[in-house]
Design a protein around this ligand. Structure first.
Ligand SMILES: [Zn+2]
Length: 587
């Protein structure tokens, strides 16, 4: 609408949508966006968002969205030229000052860089201790005992923190001031706060990296019977437990390719599973998953197999995590490993005792969370009415979280059969639970496709934002036609047109090429919190799409093989199948 170089274009360049919208709607900063109550439909919880960088707004409830002019046209019920004038007046002639980084922000960034550097040094120190010292030799023997050979030690950067008490501290002191060393969490103060000493002593160290792969913390296991058995880095300016998933930095490609994650509790489990060839494993490194971790994981896949420890704490963590994952629209399965003899089996132990194949098989057969939960409910005493009520109350909160009515109904039938509860009684309880849910949960646009995969979402973001390579990305997608058949196909088609055009196209113009349903999905994706993409990540996403296409072709060929074709056709199909299997193995 606003042609390049026109008055409208100049106004649009100068207008700040947050300020303009802010005159009509009370906005609150929320992450990178501003949110408020939608002025176009009645609501009690805010689902209206304004994006200050992209200069667009979008309502997740009613689906209205656009640029600053669309907003004013809709609010003031006026035509485009009038909207341009109104916006120009509201903003005056003055160009809004771009926000400069404050001196505090700059200082914090510098500090974070130094803390990361210190962790890199600590990592080198721990690795060297394990390799070259007498104490380290004892630690290596312990690791070998746990089935961790030289390869594994190198691959996962396992090290050793010596018992001395200040060896690392002394090394860090040569380069950094005490204040920063304390901030790093690598050292502790004694009780009266006078003396500093190494936080980790006589422990095996496991480096914990953030998503880009920088070490930001350590998880440490006691070598002997020292307590606590596990001791981790405290929260620091570069590390927050709930924001990091162990092994995610190495699992990213596999997560995209396989489109599911195996979620385990600790780093020993993650290492055991990754060594078994299942690279798409991450550990929550704590008894339960936190919301930021779920959001982080959701950028790579929306399907999870939860494989926590089978003890009481692990079961509670499983249930809490399932519940949270469901709230975030994940597809969840639960693997509860059978006990080995009288020992309860965590993934590490199970793989060591039963072997990789047995674990892979158990993983493949992991039931949907529904069956897991019903199984748990059935362990309760169901012979009395009270017992049944308790079992039902255990299950209801999960039912409340299922957004889909048909699924809820399927649950009802299964629960009533399995727990032998009268179905009409159960349905009454369920619909009550569902009603309560409706009053709590935010409005959700039924039109928006929930199934758009994280890989597609990332590519869409990069096609909009990655100034450095979005053109090349559009070319690749066009040449290989990788987006065909995807739920997001039409969005990709529009983005490729935009990416290959000579003139830059703002998101609102791209949105104008889309139908209502796609337009909403497109805006929804633009509003997600996300980091800047890299070409490496884009390639990994493309690779995932290629892999998905091979899978689809394989399934198609298999269907044809099973449809009893002629001998000639069969030969061709089998040859084709071989070729696809080879391609899959190479991928
Ligand atoms: Zn709305």
């Amino acid at each position: 609408m606003a042609e390049a170089g026109s008055f409208a274009d100049r106004v649009k360049q100068q207008a700040d949508i947050v300020r303009v919208v802010g005159e009509y709607v009370r906005l609150k900063k929320s992450g990178q966006n501003f949110t408020g109550l939608c002025p176009f439909h009645g609501e009690k919880t805010p689902s209206f968002a304004v994006h200050p960088v992209k200069q667009i707004y979008h309502c997740f409830g009613c689906g209205k969205g656009g640029d600053v002019f669309n907003f004013v046209m809709e609010m003031d019920k006026c035509a485009f030229p009038e909207a341009v004038r109104i916006v120009a007046e509201k903003c005056g002639i003055a160009v809004p000052q771009p926000k400069e980084r404050s001196p505090e922000e700059r200082k914090e960034n510098q500090q974070r860089a130094v803390l990361t550097e210190m962790h890199r040094e600590a990592q080198l120190f721990f690795v060297k201790q394990l390799e070259t010292t007498g104490e380290g030799r004892a630690a290596r023997a312990y690791l070998e005992d746990r089935g961790l050979d030289k390869d594994a030690i190198e691959r996962f950067g396992i090290g050793y923190a010596p018992s001395g008490g200040d060896l690392l501290l002394r090394q860090l002191k040569q380069k950094y001031p005490d204040k920063l060393i304390v901030e790093s969490g690598l050292v502790s103060r004694d009780q009266n706060g006078a003396r500093l000493f190494d936080r980790f002593r006589r422990r095996i160290t496991f480096p914990i990296a953030n998503e880009p792969g920088k070490i930001v913390a350590f998880g440490c296991r006691a070598l002997g019977d020292d307590q606590p058995k596990y001791l981790n880095s405290p929260e620091t300016p570069i590390y927050s437990k709930s924001n990091v998933l162990y092994h995610l930095d190495r699992a990213k490609d596999a997560l995209r390719r396989q489109d599911f994650a195996v979620l385990v509790e600790g780093y020993m489990d993650a290492i055991a599973v990754a060594r078994a060839g299942i690279s798409n494993v991450v550990a929550s490194c704590g008894t339960s998953l936190a919301e930021p971790q779920i959001k982080l994981l959701g950028r790579f896949t929306k399907r999870v197999i939860v494989n926590y420890d089978p003890d009481a704490a692990g079961q509670a963590a499983t249930e809490r995590s399932v519940s949270l994952l469901l709230e975030h629209d994940f597809e969840v399965r639960v693997l509860a490993l059978p006990a080995i003899g009288d020992k309860k089996a965590d993934p590490d132990l199970y793989i060591r005792e039963k072997g990789i194949e047995a674990y892979v098989k158990a993983l493949k057969e992991a039931p949907p969370y529904v069956d897991y939960l019903i199984g748990r409910a059935r362990q309760m005493d169901l012979t009395t009415g009270e017992g049944k009520l308790r079992a039902l109350n255990f299950l209801l909160p999960y039912v409340q979280k299922i957004p889909n009515r048909i699924l809820r109904s399927e649950w009802a039938t299964r629960i009533s059969q399995q727990l032998r509860i009268d179905e009409p009684v159960l349905r009454a309880a369920l619909s009550k639970a569902a009603n309560e849910r409706r009053s709590e949960v935010k409005t959700r646009p039924e039109l928006v496709g929930r199934a758009a995969k994280p890989v597609e979402r990332r590519l869409i973001r990069m096609l909009v934002e990655a100034e450095g390579f979005k053109r090349e990305l559009a070319q690749r997608l066009q040449q290989e036609r990788l987006y065909q058949g995807l739920e997001t196909e039409k969005i990709f088609a529009a983005l490729i047109v935009a990416g290959l055009s000579e003139e830059p196209m703002p998101p609102t113009e791209i949105a104008a090429m889309l139908e209502e349903r796609e337009r909403r999905l497109f805006y929804e994706i633009l509003f997600e919190e996300a980091q800047e993409g890299t070409w490496e990540e884009a390639e990994s996403c493309l690779e995932a799409l290629r892999g998905r296409r091979t899978e689809q072709e394989l399934a198609q060929v298999q269907r044809e093989i099973e449809s009893n074709p002629s001998a000639t056709a069969m030969r061709e199909l089998l040859a084709r199948k071989q070729e696809l299997l080879k391609r899959r193995a190479a991928g």
